[in-house]
Design a binder for this molecule. Structure first.
Ligand SMILES: [Mg+2]
Length: 258
């Protein structure tokens, strides 16, 4: 009897020594990005399809993927525009850490993570970018990270170099006054013909309204663009889709369609 009591105490101590797993809204989403073969396959599939579209786009001088491109673009050099976070850079490590520590997302906490220079590359992204370079297509990055493209010691610049991602300072557009990317896309279109847009958030493609219903309508309106000129990476962890629902747990609960 005493022996069982002893084992029960040892077992209890062992249980307390382990951090207790917490239920977190982002647990499943982050595990899927970090560990599922399906996520890696889907990202690879997206970039492979984008690579095929690149050839079609190059061959057609009337092709542009940017609605901001209103100039006569037929003689301009070719470019592609990509977002960075969860499009080229995989930040699921910090999402996992925040789940374990309970720390909420803040811009400062994200910048502290960026300074670690430990992001991964989204599967398929680096290969796609090198194919683009070989084809003479200039990759532009439009990000809502706070960064300084001209500073070699900037964490985002260091991260891109570390992952051997094609980079030149004049082709990295960091966050400006707001997070709307329309003006920065417009800047690229002034000197380049934009072949493809690649991102993980609807706002990486066009300015998007805030409500779930309006976003759904706009998604349908742009139906011909998906998989032809616009390519989306999956990001179930965060994004403007979540803000549209409401980050409050009760709002999320009420938004479910049971
Ligand atoms: Mg992103």
């Amino acid at each position: 009897m005493l022996r069982y009591a002893f084992l029960a105490v040892v077992s209890a101590i062992a249980t307390f020594a382990q951090p207790v797993p917490k239920q977190d809204q982002n647990l499943n989403a982050t595990l899927w990005v970090q560990g599922s073969a399906e996520y890696a396959a889907l990202a690879t599939q997206t970039y492979r399809a984008a690579g095929l579209a690149l050839s079609a786009a190059l061959a057609d001088p009337n092709w542009t993927a940017a609605y901001e491109q209103t100039n006569d673009f037929r003689g301009l050099p070719a470019a592609v525009i990509l977002d960075l976070d969860e499009t080229v850079l995989d930040n699921s490590t910090i999402q996992g850490r925040w789940i374990k520590t309970g720390e909420p997302f803040t811009e400062a906490a994200f910048m502290a993570w960026a300074k670690e220079v430990r992001a991964g590359a989204v599967p398929g992204a680096v290969a796609f970018l090198h194919v683009a370079i070989l084809k003479g297509v200039a990759p532009f990055y439009i990000t809502n990270r706070l960064c300084n493209a001209g500073d070699p010691n900037d964490p985002t610049v260091k991260m891109l170099k570390e992952l051997r991602i094609p980079f030149s300072p004049e082709r990295l557009f960091c966050k400006t006054a707001g997070s709307n990317k329309t003006d920065r896309r417009k800047l690229v279109t002034e000197k380049y013909r934009v072949l493809l847009l690649i991102g993980d958030d609807f706002n990486d493609f066009t300015a998007v309204p805030e409500s779930v219903e309006d976003r759904a309508k706009l998604q349908k309106f742009y139906e011909p663009m998906w998989g032809t000129k616009w390519f989306v990476l999956p990001n179930p962890m965060y994004g403007s889709w979540e803000r549209a629902v409401g980050t409050d747990l009760v709002k999320k609960w009420n938004a479910l369609r049971p």
